[in-house]
Every structure is written in C-alpha cells, then in structure tokens.
Write a protein that binds this ligand. Sequence first.
Ligand SMILES: Nc1ncnc2c1ncn2[C@@H]1O[C@H](COP(=O)(O)OP(=O)(O)OP(=O)(O)O)[C@@H](O)[C@H]1O
Length: 229
Amino acid sequence: MSLEIANLNVSIDRIAILRDIDLTIPTGQMAGLIGHNGAGKTTLIRAIMGLLPATSGSIRFKGEELTQLAPHRRAKLQISYMPEDRRLIPELTVTENLLMPAWANHIRDGEKRLAWVYSLMPEIADFGERKALQLSGGQQKLVALGRALIPGRELILLDEPFEGVAPVLAQRLTSVIGDLRGEGLTVLIAESDDSHSAGLVDQTWRIERGAVAFGRKASAASANHQHPA
Ligand SMILES: Nc1ncnc2c1ncn2[C@@H]1O[C@H](COP(=O)(O)OP(=O)(O)OP(=O)(O)O)[C@@H](O)[C@H]1O
C-alpha cells in the first residue's frame, strides 16, 4: 500500500504554506522531495507525521486516512521521521537515544531492532555508550537515522539527511540509505538539490513555493533497482 497524498493544503497561522499537493510513493520505493529552502519540504513531512494539521485534502497510508489519526496512532502504522536538526537528547547515550522511540511507543522487540540498526551501521555500535553530545554533527545524523529506523518499519521520512554533513559521512549515509532497499520500507528523502539522492531514488518530486512542480521517474535508479549489479 502506497503513500498517497491528494489535494493536500496546510496553513500555518492562516497563511497557506502547502497548496494542493498531489504525490504518490508506491510501497517499497524511494522518492526524492527536492526544493529550495522554504519551499515546504519540512511542512509536508510534519503534516504526514501529524505534527501539523491539514486544512483540507488527504494523506493515505496502508489504507488509512492519516489526517484523521492522532500522531501516536500514526506511529502505530510504523511511520517515522528523521528531523533535519537531529534532536538527539545530548545527555543520553547513543543506545539510549536509539531505544527512546521503542520505549515511547511500547515496541516489544526494540532490542532486536537495535541489533538490526547496529548491523546496518556498525560504526555507531562502536560508540553506543557515548553520550550524544560527544558525537560530531555527521555522527549524530547517523544516530538520528538509526533512531528513525527503530519505529519506522513501513515508512520513513528523511528531512535533509545530508545537510551540513562532511562529504565522507554523507557518502556513508547514502550507502546506508541504499542498503534499506529490499527491506520493504517506503522512503521519502527531502533535499535542497538532488546531489545525494539522485542515485538512490526511484522517482523525484519537486516542490516550489508550497506546490509540487512535477514528479518524474528516476530511470537510472529504477533500472539499478530492477537489475542489481
Ligand atoms: N512556524 C511557522 N510560522 C510561519 N511560517 C512558517 C512556519 N514554519 C514554516 N513556515 C514557512 O513555511 C514555508 C515552508 O517552510 P519549510 O520549513 O517547510 O521549508 P523547507 O522546504 O523545509 O525549507 P528549509 O530546509 O529551509 O526548512 C516557508 O516560507 C516558511 O517561512
């Protein structure tokens, strides 16, 4: 079941921020959401998460109309998000930060999920006992991705995952996100340009001034996906 957004309008303080957004991501695919600063990427992600109400329109996932569901009910649909500013709890260890959504959402197999995240990113297992505040910005992005993956088994929304990250770590993030293929996850990657996501995604949606400008298939990524090397 895909993510299907239709005629979505979102206002903040009565100012229309998102206008008639139509966007679909088939299940298990990766999509890029590309737009300049202020185009509305974060607003769209927050609306999907239920952190901002829709003025009108529909967001459907797994057959459920999300606009009618409270944020904690959306979490039960195994939707999660990696915020642009990471929002780790600085005084907690990496492991504690990763397990936080499992505790908050009463996820029973949180430890198993943690082991899976550590297998995807062994480097963060190495500093699992360190406090989040001791990590570099790029390392924190890896941890924030891992934290999103603990509850996000169906749909994850990545808000500028590569922003402000040194090139080597950005490459590493790209590779980890690429490894999510075949896990059955539906993934949306917001970026100001497609420099990192172009090689990852099946399709790209462009957003300008709160409206989707166009969507297209990223044929190279689709082809790679269908015919893995
Ligand atoms: N709390 C708010 N109050 C008023 N306007 C807001 C608020 N949040 C966002 N906006 C406005 O909504 C528009 C879209 O912002 P949004 O953060 O979604 O853009 P973005 O594409 O994610 O860019 P950025 O990466 O700069 O955050 C911008 O014009 C912004 O000024």
